[in-house]
Design a protein around this ligand. Structure first.
Ligand SMILES: Cc1cc2nc3c(=O)[nH]c(=O)nc-3n(C[C@H](O)[C@H](O)[C@H](O)COP(=O)(O)OP(=O)(O)OC[C@H]3O[C@@H](n4cnc5c(N)ncnc54)[C@H](O)[C@@H]3O)c2cc1C
Length: 413
């Protein structure tokens, strides 16, 4: 039997971050992981998808290079190499994580854990007494009726990482961040992509103008989009959509969200963090919860950035405008990135920065642009620290950068 200050169940971002933060405070920590350290984020989520995206972007860029006088022939795509790259990235990071945990004096137990008393965790081999227990068991892909995973024809975001070859065509069900990112990856790699969304616009949690722009970009990429549409039935791999259309993709990726993994716990002094808390299912939200819990550094849950990766990146924070009419409720400034020198140098002019303000303070921002994931952080810092629009206008923005677009957007407020 082991005795520890802190026992953490789950080795994803919520679990490993809290383990490291508690260890930095001199606490003795044990972390239980039944599968792979790094959780969904490192093994099946953020990291593998971004590794695929990196290559997909490189591949699709090839089509534009003749414009710059770079001519070549005989381009061939070796999917097994792409997978190998993704697996190497994941393995390298996982090894680094394990080493960091060990070097911080954290005990790693590779086993499924359960809570059997207020201060007691049990695995199949042993029991552990912990002053404080944290549940960080994460989440799994949601399944919907009629689209149950058979892991061959109807697949989840876990399954898609393990395909041996790329399908010729795919239907993606759901246009949240995961659906949009996979649509971008697969379309760039030459797969014929269709996407269905129950709402009347793609990426329905984003600003309405962001949705419109993605719909336009998808049209240009020949990604077929079905809005206000759902899969009515599937018979022998023949799909009937609710609009009556019949399609026959080689594979169906269901990306309709995730559900928390809960473990039996009837004690109220046990904290649940990360996806398991069923709040915002993002890795940085999980890390912020861990930081708040272990280091007592609070964060404002209203200012959590969302990022959708791919070319160009999409990000937003705070309030989003749901429609053109909704825009009337705020002071709105929209700046096209095509007005930026840097965007022209990079041959990437399709995007905009939109800021919503009230009483000289930013209440929300949405960005489609290269580096949108980094740009949104400037807004996050401003909003978290109550910096006004006028405060931000005083900042000197480097040239040529996409950040200049933030200044230009602010100047129109
Ligand atoms: C395709 C995809 C792309 C994503 N991209 C992004 C992104 O770009 N940015 C972002 O912020 N988020 C992204 N996410 C979401 C992100 O992965 C999750 O929000 C994050 O992993 C949550 O961390 P967590 O620690 O709460 O849970 P998880 O990462 O799910 O980790 C939980 C761990 O607990 C373990 N576990 C569960 N039960 C037990 C038990 N009883 N005993 C022992 N171990 C147990 C599991 O095996 C798992 O390893 C993505 C998700 C997916 C699926």
């Amino acid at each position: 039997m082991g005795i520890f200050d802190i026992g953490i169940i789950g080795g994803g971002p919520a679990g490993y971050s809290s383990a490291l933060y508690y260890a930095s405070q001199g606490k003795t920590v044990v972390i239980f992981e039944k599968d792979e350290l790094g959780g969904t984020c490192l093994n099946r989520g953020c990291i593998p998808t971004k590794a695929f995206l990196h290559i997909a972007d490189k591949y699709s860029e090839l089509n534009t290079l003749s414009k710059f006088g770079i001519n070549f022939s005989d381009v061939a795509l070796d999917y097994s190499k792409i997978k190998e790259y993704k697996e190497n990235v994941v393995a390298k990071l996982r090894k680094g994580l394990e080493l960091t945990l060990k070097n911080s004096g954290i005990t790693i137990v590779k086993a499924e854990a359960n809570i059997i008393a207020e201060n007691k965790i049990k695995t199949s081999d042993d029991e552990y007494v912990c002053d404080k227990i944290i549940i960080a068991t994460g989440s799994k892909p949601k399944e919907i009726k009629g689209l149950e995973y058979d892991h061959k024809f109807i697949i989840s975001s876990d399954d898609i990482l393990n395909l041996e070859t790329l399908p010729k065509s795919i239907l993606i069900v759901g246009s949240g961040a995961i659906g949009i990112e996979w649509a971008r990856i697969l379309s760039s790699l030459g797969v014929e992509v269709s996407i269905t969304e129950l709402a009347d616009r793609l990426l329905p949690l984003a600003d309405w103008e962001v949705s419109k722009r993605i719909e336009r970009q998808f049209k240009m990429k020949k990604i077929k989009t079905y809005r206000s549409t759902y899969v009515e039935k599937i018979e022998n791999k023949v799909i009937t959509l609710s609009n009556g259309e019949i399609i026959t993709p080689e594979t169906v990726l269901v990306a309709v969200g995730r559900e928390p993994i809960t473990i039996k716990n009837s004690y109220n002094n046990i904290d649940i963090i990360g996806d398991a808390s069923a709040e915002i299912m993002l890795a940085h939200y999980a890390v912020s919860q861990a930081k708040e819990l272990a280091l007592n550094i609070p964060f404002d849950k209203k200012f959590v950035p969302s990022v959708v990766y791919g070319n160009p990146e999409i990000s937003w924070i705070g309030q989003v405008s749901k429609s053109k009419e909704d825009d009337e409720n705020y002071k709105v400034s929209v700046f096209p990135i095509s007005a930026l020198g840097k965007a022209h140098c990079d041959n990437s002019i399709d995007g905009f920065i939109k800021i919503l303000a009230k009483d000289n303070f930013i209440i929300g921002a949405s960005i489609i642009s290269p580096e949108a994931s980094a740009l949104i952080q400037q807004i996050a810092i401003a909003m978290t620290n109550n910096l006004s629009v006028n405060d931000l206008k005083k900042v000197c923005y480097a040239h040529p950068t996409y950040s200049e677009g933030i200044l230009e957007t602010l100047l129109k407020l």
